[in-house]
Design a protein around this ligand. Sequence first.
Ligand code: FAD
Length: 408
Amino acid sequence: MLLRADNHRLFMYNGPERGNGVVAELPKTADVVVIGGGCTGASVAYHLARMGAKVALIEKNALASGSTGHAAGLITQQFATEMHVRLAKESLAFFEDLAGEKSLGLKFHQHGYVHLLFASAELEEARRQVALQRRLGVDSQILSAAAVRDLVPSLRVEDVLGAMYCARDGYTDPHLATTIFADLAKEHGAAVVQWTEVTAVEAAKGRVMGVRTDGGRVLAPVVVDAAGPWAALVAETAGIDLPVRPFRRMLWFTRPFDRVPDNAPVLFDTHHDFYFRREGEGLLMCLGNPGEPSNFDTTLDWSFAPQVAEYATYRFPPFEEAALVSGWAAPRDITPDHEPVLGEVPGLEGFVAAAGHSGHGFMLSPAIGRAIAQLILLRRSSIDIGPLSIERFRGRELPIDTYRPIGT
Ligand SMILES: Cc1cc2nc3c(=O)[nH]c(=O)nc-3n(C[C@H](O)[C@H](O)[C@H](O)COP(=O)(O)OP(=O)(O)OC[C@H]3O[C@@H](n4cnc5c(N)ncnc54)[C@H](O)[C@@H]3O)c2cc1C
């Protein structure tokens, strides 16, 4: 594979004046302040507003400028627990609905999603997961290595035992989806305030009082920390130690390349934390960069590109003719168990965490947004997200090396 170091940034289409442009005024009061205009915050704000709450969504930059706008947009329902499968299934249906509303312009490429399996123990575990997924109404299946090769001709499968696959999974545009969530929130009366930074969460006598921003104060009894990789910094202003740390993730784009068909599924190789999918006329790909320290670095490290090219060409020999021409890097919000921290944080009434999505925050954002809104307004959610409370870390030592990024 050729490498060309002309690293120009690509920007995703933002829809006709969608999301940006109109900057709402900061309200003086709200029922709920949501901090962070990524997919999580925008989804929480939408669901809260739809349920009748007075919501202020506050974003320090533009909507989707954090992890979300840099995500690959992969969407799968192939999870290992009932809670995850239910969150994923509800989210996928939500994305389908958005894509079905043609005027919104969101394309959901449902060409399927292949998880390669290499060891017999993995195949056994995948069989268990597929049984669970199918019981919950997800039409996933186990494929033989030969069947995977039929889906992606020329893929190297000699070392592959099979794959877990769901034809309805796929990918969409996280930036556009988020601006749609925000537009929907606005339609239900939410104030979506961009270019305004929350500088502190204010609290007194163990209760949240609101937030201080660089544009003034907002009084509110409930504050949702949906600040993605920055969530721990926001929480710290309220004296809370949130176990969420930023780790850089890099995506790479090839020049136009037609050896992978337009309707090829997402190909995910968890052993090597490697995936690729179509992006326009070329491909988008990712190879994990383990061992990096936690940081907010957004530099695309071209010295890593030869490793990407080498593994990509091993897995899919026709990549020999491709060239990596651009890409980007952004932080993901990682927790020690790769699961988000969701719900009210004990010790500070009204402080709700919705961060630490660790690589699958976009695909689950519709359902997580709804569950958080239900927890705030109804005290219970239709999908029980209790196992994702911060309580699970209580009494555990969490040194930085317990945060090890994997996955999307
Ligand atoms: C390269 C890459 C690829 C990925 N691929 C996928 C994928 O294919 N599928 C998937 O599901 N997930 C993927 N992810 C993960 C996914 O992007 C995240 O889990 C998800 O976007 C998290 O969304 P969020 O809204 O919680 O955080 P963010 O999108 O980071 O949003 C947080 C927002 O808070 C704002 N903010 C921070 N501090 C403040 C403050 N003090 N005041 C006001 N605003 C503040 C930030 O500006 C930011 O916009 C990927 C991530 C990366 C980096």
